[in-house]
Design a binder for this molecule. Structure first.
Ligand code: KIV
Length: 280
């Protein structure tokens, strides 16, 4: 395989994934992978594994800070994670969530904070939760030079309004309503649309109706790309896993076993061994 190719089902790897490459994937009937990332070293690992898009999700509030919801994380806190990911990503496109409270009040507020994220962290674009109410925000952010991924379906920042974690887009007329909303966001300038916890046939119909690529989480296989939270898919998270997660590894057991071995050897006095020390 040539050095700049990853696999037969993927296009040649560009020096940096950009919105144009995600659009090409959609146009050519290919898919791409997106994974949440919050730190430098995991960014390096995921980038080297070929993941096209790294998302500095506001889920950092849960996964990195142990908070029960995504609502409290601030722009400043997310910016620290975002800068770390950018420094670890050689080829992947890095997107950062607009956290709760950083964009809702006006298109100006959204554009100012999106520009801040790009300037201060080097991310290549942002993701914003919400529907048609944010079309003007998306238009201004895009005009200002910040690529925007829109996020619809279940939007965790609105969990208090939506009544908790619930599948969205069910029932009579729901698919048509979601297509209308998605088309408005596309026309406002969003370069991609993420759908969370949406019935698979609805998400597929939205993807088919749109020109821009879509990304799904709990939205079936009919979207252009897929995204998962990395601690979920690699099995670091404890407790009940959402139905839409596939666990590709059991890092919690691997890490626990290794740390138990380390502790036992420290207590026994078998670590450090002579080869881990320095001579006189
Ligand atoms: O913050 C996040 O992790 C997300 C994903 C669930 C898409 O927005």
């Amino acid at each position: 395989m040539a050095e700049n190719e990853t696999a037969p089902y993927a296009a040649p790897t560009p020096s940096r994934y950009r919105t144009v490459h995600l659009q090409q994937a959609k146009d050519e009937g290919r898919r791409f992978a997106m994974l949440t990332t919050y730190d430098f070293q995991m960014a390096q690992v995921f980038d080297e594994a070929g993941v096209e898009v790294l998302l500095v999700g506001d889920s950092a509030a849960n996964t990195m800070m142990g908070l029960p919801t995504t609502l409290p994380i601030t722009l400043e806190q997310l910016a620290v994670y975002a800068g770390s990911v950018v420094r670890g990503a050689r080829r992947a496109m890095v997107l950062c969530d607009m956290p709760f409270g950083s964009y809702e009040l006006s298109p100006q507020q959204a554009a100012e904070n999106a520009i801040r994220l790009v300037k201060e962290t080097g991310v290549h674009g942002v993701k914003i939760e919400g529907g048609v109410r944010y079309a003007e925000h998306i238009a201004l952010m895009t005009d200002a030079g910040v690529p925007v991924m829109a996020h619809t379906g279940f939007t965790p920042q609105s969990e208090n309004v939506l009544g908790g974690y619930r599948v969205q887009g069910r029932g009579e007329g729901a698919a048509e309503a979601m297509i209308r909303e998605a088309t408005t966001l596309q026309d406002a300038g969003a370069f991609a649309l993420l759908m969370e916890m949406v019935p698979g046939d609805v998400a597929r119909r939205v993807d088919e109706a749109l020109r821009i690529p879509t990304v799904g989480i709990g939205a079936g296989p009919g979207t252009t790309g897929q995204v998962l939270v990395w601690q979920d898919m690699l099995g670091l998270r404890s407790g009940r896993m959402p139905r839409f997660v596939k666990q590709y590894a059991d890092l919690r057991s691997v890490v626990t076993g290794a740390v138990q071995d380390y502790r036992r050897e420290v207590l026994e006095g078998t670590f450090p061994a002579p080869e881990h020390g320095f001579g006189a």
